[in-house]
Design a protein around this ligand. Structure first.
Ligand code: DGJ
Length: 729
């Protein structure tokens, strides 16, 4: 890890173990040129790569063609409205109605450590383990400074980026677009990989050839969303799991985002990632500043597996803060799919008692315990216990569950208010809505205006008050609708465009406060399943509910896409009942257990009512969890085959960092008759070490397993699965 500035060539070079990132200051005006990101290079004399001698030259030499220069220069932070017709990284609305912005190099600092981003989630490292470059750029006409922040880390092929814009003029100015990262590069025939989805179908991997023009993913929904994910990767055409170049970008943010690649007339690419400029405008009074959320960049010269390992290690070591990060999580049983709203204290205690006998460790009481909530039509916001359901209140229920030897967890949806609620009747002005328009209901609820201090304080006290009242060790923080009708009774008219971002900041503030007051709380974020599964949320919660679709076969693609970026230790995954409530499919209980073992592991069923045969399998699954979870949580994840591609089977696994053991999972979705075994490679082992397959006692050298694979035989029947545990001898 290093950052240098070569005075004579005016070049910055940021080095991680296996990548270099190069920026040059060009011409007397101080244009910032992006020169290189990728495999390491040693030179710092870069003028030929900035194409300074190529037509149309640098404006200082030949100002007549300034527009042509802007049109083709590879900018590090692209301005707006002054001749660069590609998508800009920044735009403003100044007091005269102007939108132009153009930033030039002014100064820089290189220092150890990494500054915090106020109010925002961001990666961290000890001072000796990271270095930061801060380049201050300046728009002399607007009087704005933009500080471009880059951090490199000792142990990761990661560079993080952010931008802080400061209004150093004497006039207010509105920021209408601020991308956290902008990078221009030469195309090399790249493919674009993205994750798309819907409710119950989150994060499916999609790969396509880049074409000319703009290709983007984004969210305008107020959450990072099920539909598109704040992640894009550029892959060299030959890139596979193990080979080829990958440039990956992930946004540490939980609201509306834009991630875009634009291929221009010169086959140059511009990659942008930031808050979605749609419905965004931030007023900067003189002296005020705005900090854009962090973007994480990963370069891999060894395909997707390496990219995945880099993200997993980085998020485990430098983003997740929870004390549970490196610990086995309690195996939980959640009553949502067991009872929905139809439960009382006795029913929950029955579930807890039977669960305890099977080895389950925590009961989570889901939606329906408060106000008059017996369906999803009422009571969000009325966070007081419904004593008709929980006789004796929450304290009594928690005590009864604790007395069984079980921990207790609870569900909230703090950002919302039901139309039919005491809260909504008392404070209609706390609802996000536009004057004169009927606000859209969704699931019969509105979104609270978290730009308001009084709302934040009410929400905080509602949640914290319940947590203070009993021994509650886990919170599932849910969020079940998009944001629209973007009006606030509180924000002045020139600040209306701040609402979406202020709501995200409000969520971050609430979760930060909660963790400060309850540092040992296990927080699991959730948003109609996996609608807000992003690095921003991981800063607060070490696990996120992956999807409302708990069906084992559908989960394969969801968990594959999620695990492409996020550690398995973060993936909320439960065994549920069959026929599955979401899709109606029936799969063996064993398969459901094997698939859930790739995540946090737990149950989402009425354990008192499932068949005795299934119930009898739970202690075995619990034992598997205890046996393998340290490995699953901390090891390197490998994807070998994907049902999403081959429509037949899935094969993935985890290898211990010291390569002493590996656990691979084979899920045979369709049984093909009269087939020979499938040789499936077991990557990541030590070539010269011998490994024993625990299930059969067979012993092989690592290189045999890695290069020839292990012949996995078909199992009779569809939806069957098998674990392969290899242990070094
Ligand atoms: C959506 C979540 O994803 C579910 O798990 C459940 O908690 C429901 N909300 C409750 O309303």
């Amino acid at each position: 890890m290093n950052i240098i500035y070569d005075e004579s060539s005016r070049v910055f070079r940021l080095d991680t173990k296996n990548s270099s990132y190069i920026i040059a200051v060009v011409d007397k005006e101080g244009f910032l040129c992006h020169v290189h990101y990728g495999a390491p290079v040693s030179d710092t004399e870069m003028s030929i790569f900035t194409r300074q001698k190529e037509y149309p030259f640098i404006p200082g030499d030949y100002n007549r063609e300034r527009a042509a220069f802007h049109d083709g220069f590879q900018f590090e932070f692209a301005g707006n409205g002054v001749g660069d017709f590609r998508e800009s990284a920044v735009a403003v609305l100044d007091e005269d109605g102007g939108t132009a912005a153009e930033f030039f190099y002014r100064s820089h600092r290189i220092f150890r450590g990494k500054p915090k981003l106020p109010g925002l989630p961001a990666s961290f490292a000890d001072e000796q383990d990271c270095m930061t470059l801060e380049i201050t750029t300046h728009d002399p006409v607007l009087g704005l400074d933009a500080k471009l922040l880059y951090t490199v880390f000792e142990d990761s092929d990661v560079i993080t980026r952010s931008v802080v814009v400061e209004n150093n003029s004497t006039r207010p100015i509105r920021l209408t677009k601020i991308m956290s990262m902008c990078m221009d590069m030469d195309d090399a025939g790249y493919d674009l990989l993205t994750l798309h989805g819907s409710w119950g179908r989150e994060r499916h991997i999609e790969r396509q050839k880049l074409r000319h023009g703009k290709q983007s993913v984004g969210s305008t929904r107020g959450r990072s969303s099920h539909q598109e994910h704040p992640f894009i990767a550029l892959l060299s055409p030959n890139a596979s799991q193990t080979t080829g170049e990958v440039y990956a970008f992930n946004f540490v943010y939980s609201g509306c985002f834009l991630a875009q690649v634009e291929k221009d007339q010169f086959d140059f690419l511009r990659v942008l990632m930031g808050i979605n400029p749609q419905d965004f405008a931030w007023l900067l009074q003189p002296g005020e500043s705005f900090t854009a959320p962090e973007a994480v960049m990963v370069y891999s010269a060894e395909g997707l597996d390496k990219m995945t390992h880099t993200f997993h290690d980085f998020y485990r070591n430098h983003l997740i803060r929870s004390p549970y990060r490196d610990k086995k999580r309690p195996i939980l049983i959640n009553n949502w799919e067991a009872t929905y709203f139809d439960f009382d204290d006795d029913k929950l205690v029955d579930i807890a008692r039977t669960a305890k006998q099977a080895g389950i460790e925590m009961l989570v009481m889901d939606d329906g315990w408060f106000g008059c909530r017996n369906d999803d039509n009422s009571s969000l916001g009325d966070w007081w216990v419904n004593e008709n359901k929980l006789k004796g209140g929450i304290g009594s229920l928690v005590r009864r569950v604790n007395e069984l030897g079980m921990k207790f967890g609870i569900w909230f949806e703090p950002e919302m208010v039901s139309m039919d609620s005491e809260l909504c009747r008392a404070h209609p002005d706390w609802v996000i809505r536009l004057p004169g328009r009927e606000p859209c209901l969704s699931r019969n609820q509105y979104v609270l205006d978290l730009s308001r201090r009084d709302v934040i304080d009410y929400v905080y006290e509602s949640v914290a008050g319940i947590l203070r009242s009993a021994n509650i060790e886990y919170v599932k923080w849910d969020m079940n609708r998009h944001l629209c009708d973007l009006g606030s009774a509180f924000l002045e008219k020139e600040r209306k465009g701040e609402l979406l971002h202020r709501c995200v900041l409000g969520v971050y503030e609430l979760q930060e406060r909660l963790l400060e007051e309850f540092p040992d709380l296990l927080l699991e974020n959730c948003s109609s399943g996996g609608g807000r599964y992003d690095p921003g949320m991981l800063y607060y919660s070490p696990q996120i509910w992956c999807s409302d679709n708990t069906e084992a076969i559908d989960r394969l693609a969801i968990q594959e896409g999620t695990a492409l970026i996020y550690p398995l230790s973060t993936m909320g995954a439960h065994v549920s009942d069959c026929p599955n409530h979401a899709v109606g499919r029936t799969t063996p209980f064993e398969t459901r257990g094997h698939v859930a073992l790739a995540g946090t592991f737990g149950y989402e069923l009425d354990i008192t009512r499932i068949s005795q045969e299934d119930r009898d399998m739970i202690p075995g699954q619990v034992a598997l969890y205890h046996k393998h979870n340290d490995l699953v949580r901390s090891g390197d994840y490998y994807r070998v085959a994907s049902y999403n591609d081959n429509r037949l089977y899935d094969f993935y696994g985890v290898v211990a960092k010291d390569r002493s053991e590996a656990l691979f999972t084979y899920v045979q979705v369709i049984h093909r008759i009269n087939m020979r075994s499938l040789r499936l490679r077991i990557p990541g082992l030590d070539a010269d070490r011998k490994y024993r397959l625990e299930e059969t006692g067979e012993v092989f050298y690592g290189n045999t397993l890695m290069n020839m694979g292990y012949p996995v035989t078909e199992i009779s029947g569809d939806f069957r699965s098998r674990l392969l545990h290899f242990v070094a001898e």
